[in-house]
Design a protein around this ligand. Structure first.
Ligand SMILES: Nc1nc2c(c(=O)[nH]1)N[C@H]1C(S)=C(S)[C@@H](COP(=O)(O)OP(=O)(O)OC[C@H]3O[C@@H](n4cnc5c(N)ncnc54)[C@H](O)[C@@H]3O)O[C@H]1N2
Ligand code: MOO
Ligand SMILES: [Mg+2]
Length: 410
């Protein structure tokens, strides 16, 4: 059986970023992935400007200014923000200006208003400034033509602000991956149907749809299918129009587990059948030829609700991130946390225990979910924000000891 690390690297090697692009505007760019490098042909700040409401002065005019020995300057012009200075400041002169106002030629320093006393057309400078004080110089923060944003960056508020400032209003991004979601199982009913003995309400469909959306991909729901080979085959063929397929159920060794067999019939190359991980041991990863000559990446997740979610977080989410064109940050985030309880595993599989991860006074703390850690128990998954990882080399963690925790972004 493959180790988790082997499965992870195999999956990432099988995942090829999409190259199709589309254009979005600044208001629809959130969480999209930039498909090109962006440079700006302007400096930032665009021009020297004031960081304070006050007076633009010539530093050379000022000597040992204090309330007792103020320098008196002639205020020859006013420069409201948004206007261009009309006048060069000469020796003995000052300009009234405001935060964001352009610096006038001749002036090199700003004195904040609180350090001045205005008297008609004159201003007294009551405190000696440092040379160039409160001037935000052209190009201090960014020099025209240098790289600004790299291809593959996820666009969040800071990056969108930068794009707006660079006057980049039509933004090339990668198209979102389309992810098909398919639940298999003759026992499954939809949540709005009456429950008959032996049936199970399909929860994986909804959990996986939420996770796929949170990962920035587009969901394509395939009709839930019973454990009949012909139906499973038709459903998988339907799903293969997507870039990536996630099915749940039917990947173990039971008589009604038809996913692997169906994939093989469809010409798939099956790369993974099981991983030494708990929960989530039966995991099918395949590449399947599609009718239009492309290849879809197929994840057959185990049906148990916890196994399906943990497999998604550990293996599928990184693949969707890579598929999306993100240049980095595909891998799950692991942090070192202090365990609040004793953690213990048995058996030979790398094991993930779910619970809550909190940052308390700068230290991550992991609190194990109460109740049964069974892969069929989705009830105590509520509020899960971390999965503590225990390996066969160190199968126990004492309260207060450190443990690696996979951070589940909420
Ligand atoms: N003899 C063995 N039996 C099992 C093994 C094994 O190694 N040998 N592995 C066990 C493990 S571990 C897991 S995990 C499961 C995986 O089973 P399948 O992927 O084949 O899934 P199913 O048999 O179809 O269902 C398992 C379980 O999950 C429930 N389920 C399925 N789909 C959904 C859904 N959409 N929403 C909610 N619940 C779902 C299903 O009713 C079953 O209870 O196999 C073990 N068995
Ligand atoms: O590996 Mo299964 O996912 O433990 O229940
Ligand atoms: Mg089964």
């Amino acid at each position: 059986m493959l180790s988790v690390a082997e499965a992870e690297s195999l999956i990432l090697n099988l995942t090829h970023p999409l190259s199709d692009r589309e254009t979005v505007d600044l208001l629809t760019a959130s969480r999209r992935v930039l498909a090109t490098e962006v440079r700006c042909d302007r400096n930032f700040p665009y021009w020297d400007n004031s960081a304070m409401d006050g007076y633009a002065v010539r530093f050379a005019d000022l000597q040992n200014c204090s309330p007792e020995t103020p320098t008196v300057l002639e205020v020859v012009t006013e420069i409201p923000a948004g206007t261009a200075p009309q006048q060069t400041i000469q020796a003995g002169q000052a300009a009234r200006l405001f935060t964001g106002s352009m610096m006038p030629p001749g002036a090199d320093t700003v004195v904040m208003q609180e350090h001045t006393q205005r008297q008609g057309h004159q201003v007294q400078i009551l405190q000696q400034p440092k040379p160039q004080a409160f001037v935000r110089h052209q190009g201090d923060y960014y020099q025209a033509g240098s790289p600004l944003l790299t291809q593959g960056t996820i666009l969040n508020a800071p990056e969108i602000a930068v794009l707006a400032t660079a006057q980049c209003t039509q933004i090339p991004v990668y198209r979102r991956p389309i992810v098909a979601i398919l639940s298999t199982g003759s026992e499954l009913i939809a949540p709005d149907q009456p429950l008959q003995p032996g049936q199970i309400i399909d929860s994986n469909r909804y959990a996986l749809a939420a996770l796929v959306q949170q990962t920035g991909a587009e969901v394509r729901l395939i009709d839930t299918v019973g454990d009949r080979p012909a139906d499973v085959r038709a459903a998988i063929q339907d799903a293969l129009h997507a870039d990536l397929v996630i099915s749940s159920g039917g990947v173990s060794v039971g008589d009604y587990d038809f996913v692997d067999q169906t994939l093989a019939e469809l010409g798939a190359e099956i790369h993974i059948r099981a991983v030494a991980v708990k929960p989530g041991k039966p995991l099918t990863v395949a590449t399947v030829p599609t009718s239009d000559g492309a290849t879809a990446l197929y994840f057959g997740l185990p049906g148990n609700p916890v196994s399906a979610l943990v497999s998604f977080w550990r293996f599928v989410q990184p693949a969707i991130r890579k598929l999306s064109g993100q240049s980095q940050g595909w891998a799950p985030t692991f942090v070192q946390a202090k365990s609040l309880q004793e953690l213990q595993i048995s058996g030979q599989r790398e094991t993930y225990l779910w619970g809550q991860l909190r940052l308390v006074n700068g230290v991550y703390e992991f609190s194990l979910a109460g109740g049964s850690h069974s892969s069929g128990n989705l009830m105590n998954l509520i509020h899960t924000s971390g999965l503590a990882m225990l390996t066969t080399q160190s199968p126990t963690v004492q309260p207060g000891e450190r443990v690696r925790v996979l951070q589940v972004r909420r």
